[in-house]
Design a protein around this ligand. Structure first.
Ligand code: URA
Length: 221
C-alpha cells in the first residue's frame, strides 16, 4: 500500500478524472448523466436498453459499488433493483441504513454485459472515468465494494474477496470495505454463524459503526 492509500495497480487513480473532464471543467453528476447517455467507449453500449448510472442520495456518506447492471437494471435504468438489489436493501436496512437516503448506489460498468457475464478489463477501464467522477462528486466517507468485480474495478485487486471481505482499506482519504456480492448470498442463503450471509451482516454492522465514527483514515495510511 502506498502512503496516500492508493494501491499499486489502483485502476481509479485521480488522474482518470482528467478523461471525464474532457471539456476542461468538471461536468458534475448532471453532466455525467448526459455523457453516459451518449457514451460509446466500449461495445457494451450496443446492447444496452438503458445506461444505469445511480440511485440513492448523491450527498450520502456511503457509496455502494456493484459489478454492472442485470436485466432488470437495464430495463429500469436503476442499479440494484432486481433480486440481488432487494437483498442488498434488506441487509442494509438490518443495520439501520436506507439505500435510497443513506447511500449512493452505482456500478463499475454502467451498461449491461451480455448474459450477465463479468465485464472485461477493457470494459471496466472504458467506464472507469465515469466511476471516478461519481466518487469525486459524491465524495463518500465510506465505500462498500460488493463482490470481486468491484474490488478489482476500484482497488485493482484480482481475486481474494473471501479473504479481503470485512477488512478496511484506506483509499484516497476514504474507508473502503469489500463484502460478498448479494448474488452470491442469494445462492448461499444460510444465516448460520460463519456463513457468507452472517459474515456480510457482521461487515455491514462494521460499516454502520464506521459511518457513526466519522473519522477519515489517517493521511499516513
Ligand atoms: N448486480 C450488480 O452488481 N449491480 C446491479 O446493479 C445489479 C446486480
Amino acid at each position: 500500500m502506498a502512503k496516500n492509500g492508493v494501491m499499486a495497480g489502483d485502476p481509479l487513480q485521480p488522474s482518470l478524472l482528467g478523461e471525464a473532464l474532457a471539456a476542461g471543467d468538471r461536468p458534475g453528476l448532471e453532466g455525467l448523466q448526459g455523457s453516459c447517455q451518449t457514451c460509446r467507449r466500449c461495445d457494451l453500449a450496443a446492447g444496452r436498453q438503458q445506461v444505469v448510472i445511480s440511485r440513492g442520495d448523491p450527498s450520502a456518506r456511503l457509496m455502494v459499488i456493484g459489478e454492472g447492471p442485470g436485466a432488470q437494471e437495464d430495463a429500469s435504468g436503476r442499479p440494484f433493483v432486481g433480486r440481488a438489489g432487494q437483498l442488498l436493501d434488506q441487509m442494509l436496512a438490518s443495520v439501520g441504513l436506507d439505500s435510497e437516503h443513506d447511500a449512493y448506489v452505482c456500478n463499475v460498468v454502467k451498461c449491461r454485459p451480455p448474459d450477465n457475464r463479468k465485464p472485461t478489463a477493457q470494459e471496466m477501464a472504458a467506464c472507469a472515468p465515469w466511476l471516478a467522477l461519481q466518487i469525486a462528486e459524491v465524495d463518500p466517507a465510506v465505500v462498500l465494494l460488493t463482490g470481486a468485480t468491484a474490488l478489482e474495478g476500484v482497488l485493482g485487486i484480482k481475486g481474494g474477496i473471501s479473504k479481503l471481505r470485512g477488512q478496511w482499506h484506506p483509499w484516497q482519504g476514504r474507508w473502503v470495505m469489500p463484502v460478498f456480492h448479494p448474488s452470491y448470498l442469494l445462492r448461499n442463503p444460510s444465516r448460520e454463524q460463519g456463513s457468507p450471509k452472517w459474515l456480510t451482516w457482521q461487515d455491514l454492522k462494521e460499516v454502520q459503526r464506521r459511518l457513526e465514527q466519522d473519522q477519515p483514515p489517517s493521511p499516513t495510511l
